[in-house]
Design a protein around this ligand. Sequence first.
Ligand code: ADP
Length: 306
Amino acid sequence: MDEIRIFSPATIANVSCGFDVLGLCLDSVGDEMVVTKSAEKGIRIKQIIGAGLPLAAEKNVAGVAALALTEALDPEYGFEITIYKNIKAGSGIGSSAASAAGAVFAINHLLGSPLSNKELVPFAMQGEKLASGSAHADNVAPALLGGFTLIRSYEPLDIIKIDAPNELYATVIHPQIELKTMDARSVLRENITLKKATIQCGNIAGLISGLYTNDYDLIGRSLHDELVEPVRYILIPKFKEIKAAAMKAGALGGGISGSGPSVFALSRGVETAQKAAQAMAAVLEGTGIPFELHVSPINPTGIKIL
Ligand code: ADP
């Protein structure tokens, strides 16, 4: 095989009480990438359609992740990458992660899959380091593995995949405002109280239990973020109203997707997820803020070969 075409999905990191440890994979929104073997060694980004991103491999997350992988595997040939970008950069649904994870997935496949998708995570994380300064895994892990992923630890890296209940759907609204990751980080507090930490632990444990036991009510009761949402929501226009509208429409819960500005809700069944979408959209309509809306099942397997 000399060429591969893949779908590389958008992802939701943080997932409310899962700040910095939990992510989930979407199915109905993502980029496409075509990766081709070339006789000349090295990584070349041939074209990016749909976004004005750097083509130099060392300045593009796809290139950086690909270079990290090829340095480790040292193949006899090089690779050319074309990216069809559908996920807007800076949206909070893992735009950079889709490119980084997609690049390493495609190259690994063209090399006969010497590594498992889990083993590809650290290479994709190198791309994330370029995008945000920190080699985090909470978007690249769900993109590569699908479902929900729990990052139990970074040192050593310990990632646990959790299958999502079948009827779980995500709704995402992306208000198209610029929210710099640096600003979203700067509002966070260094210290938290023991009381808040305890509540957060209870909720993340409840959420994980609910995912394993298909207990939608428990998932809903657990989707509360004590630590980040209360200080970060002010950066997102109408956050409280958007979340309240989703809940009123029947969603189980929701929160800020990644570091924003996208807001997500989780619902039982596609109908409720669509009602939540309409309700969330109604809040932003008339504000003059353009937005994008996505309703998606949880993608069980991650990146797909097309
Ligand atoms: P999101 O908020 O959706 O997760 P990110 O913050 O992950 O988006 O990534 C956006 C940053 O990464 C931007 O600064 C963008 O210029 C940079 N970047 C470099 N290469 C890519 C790429 N191939 N795809 C998306 N973003 C890229």
